[in-house]
Design a protein around this ligand. Sequence first.
Ligand code: SD4
Length: 329
Amino acid sequence: MNSRRNFIGKLGAGMAGLFMVSRVKDVYAINNQGRLPVVVSTWNHGLKANDAAWDVLRQGGYALDAAEAAARITEADPEVITVGYGGLPDANGKVTLDACIMDERGNAGSVAFLEHIKHPISVARLVMEKTPHVMLTGKGALDFALSSGFKKENLITPLAKKAWKKWRKEDRTFKPVINIENEILPNHDTIGILALDAQGRLCGACTTSGMAYKLHGRVGDSPIIGAGLYVDGEIGGAVATGSGELVMKTLGSFLVVELMRNGMSPEEACKEAVHRIAAKIEGYEQHQIGYLALDIHGNIGSFSMQPGFEYALKNDLVSDLVKVNSYMR
Ligand code: SD4
């Protein structure tokens, strides 16, 4: 998690000429300025994920393959305690996963409350491609995955089990972390990915183990099309991270894309979606929300509720973390 704080200062003087760099206090915003292909992912684990996406994109590959490849890297990483294998469990000690995927034509697939499968994003893609449905949940999603050849695995790592046992002994309450940066074990950090390929096809993916110590059966925004992810291949895409309940109540990613359709830049749209939550939802101060958007011309924008949100950007010139402006200071 430390590397989240280390990105500032990486921008060389030469880079400043190539990218639009704006400063707000100590926060930088970089714009991709229309470079294709490009991939953006939430949080610092997005750096590794973007590398996998880039392997697809730089060869002229499909944005959907890039987004899925990126998601699989984070899902398989036991050090990421908020996604896939290694994710922190729910209140009952079960790792339950949510994921969705969407392509440039509006096709979508999703799984929710899925146990024992390391790569929910690939199950979501199969739901999209091989079934007439959009979403499968719980045991039904597991049965579908197993019958499609996925392996049943134990996803709880010793570290995650230890953290859960400590929580069960000492705490037993569910509380979203306000300032993620100060936590040793942050309890939410979904990966959302938006990839735009050389042919201008924009696709997205979102995958998470959800909020740590959530009630068994709880599903967040991440597998909900329009909440955790939305893509319109003629406009752009958006992903969300943070307290899913607030994103779901405002259908955040759909809202961001609609605001872009109505002429807002990706940055303005993300900002408005965060402001909408602040205006409508009581207790928003206790939550982190991060939106990340990419339009089909390669413009990027992001905005969060609390300081500390960042995204990883990769194109043919740069692979870096970008700090995001926030509503709260
Ligand atoms: C959820 N939105 O399950 C997810 C968690 C998350 O950064 O995004 N964390 O509510």
